[in-house]
Design a protein around this ligand. Structure first.
Ligand SMILES: [Zn+2]
Length: 210
């Protein structure tokens, strides 16, 4: 797998520090799982973060402090963190989440919802597009982060194959085209609404309210 497109370092640092919102973290995690280059950056960020925490920590923790902290962790663990297997056609990073069934949204194109808690209007879904199909011409009202899981698509800014990460914001207005050969499946975190253009887009718009 040759990965050509990565999240920027700011995104990787926020991911490592745990300050990135959950929807976008899931998409970055899917990329990091496939990309040794970014795994190394995240590991380096975590080391720096760990060193800073150590420096800030008091030299001798109060007796019982560790037990108390562990007890709090137990209480705080959300039900979504229960470890289980990911659905057969989902990446392992989706194991903690419910995934909806595939729904048709247009010729050759299906989507399904991933039940990651919404954060600041950002939602997660998977998109599946048949070989040779074109995704509807669209713009965004917010950011859209995508990790390609299989197959490949191209748009004005390049070709995106398995593992590639694509970050588009509201200045991007494009028509991704899916390569022949393989069905393309992507994991997407999208903020705001997809704004579909053209007659096909108008037809599909009612279906993509997530
Ligand atoms: Zn990478």
């Amino acid at each position: 797998m040759t990965i050509a497109h990565h999240p920027d370092e700011e995104a990787l640092a926020a991911f490592a520090a745990g300050t990135l919102d959950e929807p976008r973290s899931v998409v970055v995690a899917a990329h990091v799982a496939l990309c040794p280059h970014c795994r190394a950056i995240v590991a380096a960020c975590e080391q720096v973060g760990g060193a800073l925490v150590e420096q800030a920590a008091p030299a001798t923790p109060r007796a019982g402090a560790l037990d108390e902290a562990l007890a709090r962790l137990d209480e705080a663990a959300p039900p979504s963190m229960v470890v289980r297997e990911a659905a057969p056609d989902c990446p392992a990073v989706l194991a903690p989440y419910e995934v909806g069934r595939w729904r048709w949204i247009g010729p050759g194109v299906h989507w399904r919802k991933v039940e990651v808690p919404e954060s600041e209007g950002t939602r997660v879904f998977m998109l599946k597009a048949a070989p040779g199909s074109s995704l509807p011409h669209h713009g965004h009202s917010g950011v859209e982060w995508t990790c390609v899981l299989q197959g490949a698509f191209s748009h004005d800014l390049g070709r995106y194959g398995p593992g590639d990460f694509d970050a588009a914001d509201n200045t991007v207005d494009h028509t991704p085209f899916v390569e022949e050969g393989n069905t393309c499946i992507c994991l997407v975190a999208m903020q705001g609404d997809l704004e579909l253009r053209g007659w096909l887009g108008k037809l599909m718009q009612p279906f993509v309210r997530l």
